[in-house]
Write a protein that binds this ligand. Structure first.
Ligand code: SF4
Length: 351
């Protein structure tokens, strides 16, 4: 067996990428890149923020809608908060949407609408952590930064047959990935490793037979590939419970609350409700004959499962709710709601 480092891993990967790069709406493919087309940093940044903890398939439509509505960072910076939060609804992790707007405004107002090019300068922008800074610097500006996402971790663990479990093995995987990051075409290389992990070196059944790295890959030889990377066992998620109150008028108006900026679903519209805990207390927003709706809403957040019990009532015409909003029929778009609130809406309307 030849050593990994005698084999031209970068060359093999780039050759493979030239033929098999995935087409993505934010990507400049290798042929265009070679002919001098440069990626738009705004589109690279937007896609990277959307892709944090979400899949390419889930992001595609959101990305197309965002860029059709706000084609530049200046246009996004000038958008009203509620329009952006509404378009983001359903993508989850709403702090990202708030940081997205903050970042667009900083770039528009303090950087003349141009994203900074270096990893360190990118890191100073709202919502951009080390991973995203590396991804933008590499993909948008072709800088030799090491981009370590789940796909790259998997490829590195297998290529080097690393058995130490994640997340403890992250520094070692990063070190291995850094050693392979090339000075030539680093942007294409970063995307090539991610594509390899997403399409060939997949979690359960890697297609080693058609992989450009099959020769140097150690886990292929040891037969360990499908079991890598190993992961430390996760703690089971707790379950919390809550009540949500859905009230509507005959003219289609509904009673909603804008959630506080900080915290879960921050800044999003939702149904008024109780705390979410093991033993929530019923806290209806006004006195009424609240009906117990059949069924329950189940939703899983990063750190817990939620089971919501729903109550429904008629919204009085003269109600002036403290801290809540009455949203008229034409201003109310269920698609603007975060997923858990939309599930509650659908259950309510179905009864
Ligand atoms: S040979 Fe198999 S395990 Fe190794 S990198 Fe390629 S697909 Fe992954």
């Amino acid at each position: 067996m030849r050593d990994n480092f005698e084999f031209d891993v970068n060359g093999a990967l780039l050759d493979w990428y030239d033929l098999h790069a995935r087409a993505m709406p934010w990507r400049v493919g290798p042929a265009d890149r070679a002919s001098g087309v440069r990626p738009d940093p705004y589109r690279v940044w937007l896609s990277e923020v959307m892709l944090q903890q979400t899949t390419v398939a889930a992001v595609r439509d959101y990305f197309q809608r965002f860029t059709a509505r706000w084609p530049t960072v200046e246009a996004l910076a000038a958008a009203p908060d509620e329009h952006v939060m509404g378009e983001w609804a359903g993508l989850g992790y709403y702090a990202r949407a708030r940081n997205l707007l903050k970042c667009a405004r900083v770039v528009a107002e303090e950087h003349g609408g141009r994203f900074p090019e270096t990893h360190d300068a990118l890191l100073t922008l709202p919502g951009i952590g080390p991973y995203t800074a590396a991804a933008i610097a590499a993909i948008a500006f072709d800088r030799p930064e090491t981009v370590l996402d789940g796909n790259v971790e998997r490829v590195m663990a297998r290529l080097h047959d690393i058995h130490e479990p994640l997340p403890g093995s992250k520094p070692l995987l990063k070190q291995r990935a850094e050693a392979l990051t090339p000075a030539i075409r680093p942007g294409d290389y970063a995307q090539a490793v991610m594509d390899l992990g997403a399409t060939i070196c997949t979690p359960k059944s890697p297609a080693c037979g058609i992989c450009p790295l099959r020769e140097p890959c150690r886990a292929r030889l040891t037969g360990m590939a499908p079991e890598l990377p190993k992961k430390s066992p996760k703690k089971p998620k707790p379950t919390r419970y809550g009540y949500a109150y859905l009230a509507g008028r005959a003219d289609g108006a509904v009673l909603m609350e804008r959630r506080p900026d900080k915290g879960l679903l921050g800044g999003m519209l939702g149904w008024p409700g109780s705390d979410w805990s093991e033993t929530p207390v019923e806290t209806p927003p006004f006195e009424a004959d609240w009906q117990v709706l059949t069924g329950e809403v189940r939703h899983t957040f990063t750190h817990f499962h939620l089971i919501l019990h729903l109550r429904g009532a008629v919204l009085p015409d003269d109600l002036e709710p403290d801290g809540l909003q009455i949203i008229g029929k034409h201003a109310f778009r269920p698609s603007d709601l975060p997923t858990v609130m939309r599930k509650a809406h659908d259950l309510w309307r179905g009864q």
